[in-house]
Design a protein around this ligand. Structure first.
Ligand code: GDP
Length: 297
């Protein structure tokens, strides 16, 4: 196990002469430790570099507050700077689901937790917002994925679009739209096909569905444990499909959440929710403070 960053920095500063202000040298020494902590949390190198530069500018010459040690003070500066980068505009938990039926497009790689997240969000909208939700699986390559959504729907009391064999994803999306209008649903969620890697066909399919559904929200589901890969996936999906937000799953796992920082810094897309387990209630609105704390370790 790593020591946490606060302890490490305290150690560093104990060896330095105490002065009234953070000297360049103090800050540099501290930021070397911060850089290591960021890289250990799987923040990408260019993002870590940029971040350190920002913090360095903020920290240099700052008066040391009497009540805290220089180490604690640098940790606070770093923490606040992390929160600044992580926080997107607006309320992450507020989905655009007015004007029924509001389409929500769910995209992401296979195994990222897309289907589970679709059901978790449907349950949340039903219970928190009192919305009638319809879910549809568009994963025509994997009948098991379609079944999985139907099973989750039954479990949480949310309707799923009946499975009709032989339809393509665009046809399913059209049927979901019609069904949502006729059935008086507030929201319909389209759970697109996932693949193990991004390929042209996957992107084309998602783009075709997007053009038919004209989604109010396009949420990219990303495995929070995949670090650098997660950033590449987000960049690719955002360039080709356009996403309105990211859901990071498996934030209950051992990862330190560095993917969140890299993703925000690189794509600028807001992180909206985090998945924190397999159960249907295991989803939370994204809180930058919590993830910042976790990255610092
Ligand atoms: P999909 O292929 O992207 O649709 O992925 P699934 O929704 O089928 O999820 C794959 C596996 O990850 C399932 O066993 C889920 O229960 C699990 N899973 C999804 N989200 C989370 C999460 O936030 N935490 C944990 N621990 N497991 C998750």
């Amino acid at each position: 196990m790593f020591e946490n960053l606060s302890e490490r920095l305290s150690g560093v500063f104990d060896r330095l002469t105490k002065q009234g202000a953070l000297s360049d040298e103090d800050v540099k020494t501290a930021l070397r430790e911060v850089r290591v902590a960021l890289l250990e949390a799987d923040v990408s190198l260019p993002v870590a570099r940029d971040f350190i530069k920002t913090v360095q500018e903020k920290a240099t010459g700052q008066a040391v507050t009497k009540s805290v040690t220089p180490g604690q003070q640098v940790v606070k500066i770093v923490h606040d700077a992390l929160v600044d980068v992580l926080r997107g505009e607006g309320d992450p938990g507020k989905l655009k689901i007015d004007n029924p039926p509001a389409p929500i497009l769910m995209v992401g790689l296979q195994g990222s937790g897309k289907t589970t997240t679709t059901a978790k969000l449907a349950k949340r909208m039903k219970e928190k917002d009192g919305k009638r939700v319809l879910m549809a699986s568009l994963d025509t390559n994997r009948p098991a994925a379609m079944e999985q959504l139907a099973i989750l729907g039954a479990q949480i009391g949310v309707d799923t679009l009946p499975i009709v064999k032989g339809e393509n994803p665009v046809q399913i999306a059209r049927r979901a739209k019609t069904q949502a209008s006729l059935g008086g649903y507030d929201v319909y969620m389209l759970d697109t096909a996932g693949r193990l890697h991004i390929d042209a066909e996957l992107i084309q399919q998602a783009a075709d569905v997007r053009d038919v559904a004209n989604p109010r929200e396009t949420l990219l589901v990303v495995d929070g444990l995949t670090g650098q890969d997660a950033v590449n996936v987000a960049t690719e999906f955002d360039d080709k499909i356009g996403v309105t937000g990211v859901v990071l799953t498996r934030m209950d796992g051992d990862g330190r959440g560095g993917a969140a920082l890299s993703m925000r810094a690189v794509t600028g897309k807001p992180i909206r929710f985090v998945g924190i387990g397999e159960k249907m209630d295991a989803i939370e609105t994204f809180e930058p403070e919590r993830v910042a704390g976790r990255i610092l370790g």
